[in-house]
Design a binder for this molecule. Structure first.
Ligand SMILES: NC(=O)c1ccc[n+]([C@@H]2O[C@H](COP(=O)([O-])OP(=O)(O)OC[C@H]3O[C@@H](n4cnc5c(N)ncnc54)[C@H](OP(=O)(O)O)[C@@H]3O)[C@@H](O)[C@H]2O)c1
Length: 279
């Protein structure tokens, strides 16, 4: 499929293609870019391991939110994860439009002990992290690579939903307390992505994550407090949990770019998300 760069004098609104539009970030991007001429493609509409659907109008901008996000599952099927994350990103880049790809704190090994900046060296601990790092390379030099962290939103599979469900069923839950990151509300991330694109910031890596940081156990306690759930959190180690994939112990993301978007604190994100869910 052949595409030329967008015609700057083409009349009308920017044509924006969103991949993975059914995912939690994809849905938030659909809202944030609602004034554009949107083509929101879910997994069913375009399996990104395959060439794009025939007859696709060339977009001006691609927001590539489709990904293999099963971190533990990637250990069992690293090739499957790479096919989606690396191959899918290459297919998105081949559209020839401006491109935003999404990456993760899991490209870092977590041993730095202080916030990771864009210029820090990556060293992923997991198959998922490696696939995302290779995906960054597959995006090409002209892409915006938005690295974020511990995403949650009103829909989909995420830690917030798990805690709301399990917290309502049990008196106590064991949660990992030796991994630190920035739980980021997709409803705050998506408008920041629009800000990056609209301001035509330079391509390359951008760290865009919630302000503040916490452990998963802190996050769980905050969820129960904000949602009025009387469930206790028992703090455990990652070794006690024994998940297949290693995660970075310290994965706080901050930007060294002076004009990087600044997101609200994660707890404000949590409140905003719960409010959106009507809780
Ligand atoms: N979740 C996090 O904590 C986190 C943290 C940092 C960065 N990120 C990155 O942020 C981006 C968005 O993640 P998210 O949290 O929104 O994940 P998500 O909710 O799992 O959404 C990913 C979407 O991609 C779709 N998808 C999977 N395989 C596909 C394929 N072969 N072709 C087309 N679509 C496919 C999924 O559809 P199905 O569900 O139908 O398979 C899903 O709708 C990803 O690049 C992720 O790596 C996520």
């Amino acid at each position: 499929m052949e595409h030329s760069r967008p015609d700057p004098v083409r009349a009308g609104r920017r044509r924006v293609l969103i991949t993975g539009a059914g995912g939690q970030l994809g849905r938030a991007l659909v809202e944030a870019f609602g004034e554009d001429d949107l083509l929101a493609l879910s997994h069913e509409d375009w399996d990104v391991t395959l060439p794009p659907p025939t007859g696709l109008q060339p977009p001006d901008l691609v927001l590539h939110a489709a990904a293999w996000t099963d971190v533990d599952g990637a250990e069992a099927d690293p090739q499957g994860a790479s096919a989606v994350n690396v191959g899918g990103t290459a297919n998105a880049a081949a559209l020839g439009a401006q491109l935003v790809v999404f990456s993760t704190d899991y490209v870092f090994d977590g041993r730095k002990g202080e916030p990771y900046l864009e210029s820090d060296s990556a060293n992923p601990l997991s198959a998922y992290g490696r696939s995302k790092l290779h995906a960054e390379a597959a995006a090409g030099d002209d892409a915006w690579i938005v690295r974020s962290s511990w995403l949650f939103g009103p829909s989909g599979h995420n830690f917030l939903h798990t805690m709301l469900r399990v917290g309502g069923e049990r008196e106590e839950i064991a949660v990992v307390d030796d991994q630190r990151g920035c739980p980021t509300y997709v409803g705050h991330l998506a408008p920041a992505v629009r800000e990056l694109v609209d301001a035509d910031r330079p391509p390359g890596a951008w760290h865009v994550a919630a302000s503040g940081d916490c452990t998963w156990a802190d996050f769980a306690e905050a969820i129960f407090a904000e949602a009025g759930i009387a469930c206790r959190v028992r703090r455990i180690t990652s070794d006690e949990l024994g998940r297949p994939a290693s995660r970075p112990a310290y994965a706080v993301l901050r930007s060294e770019r002076p004009d990087a978007p600044v997101l609200p604190h994660w707890r404000d994100g949590l409140r905003a998300c719960l409010a959106k869910m009507g809780r």
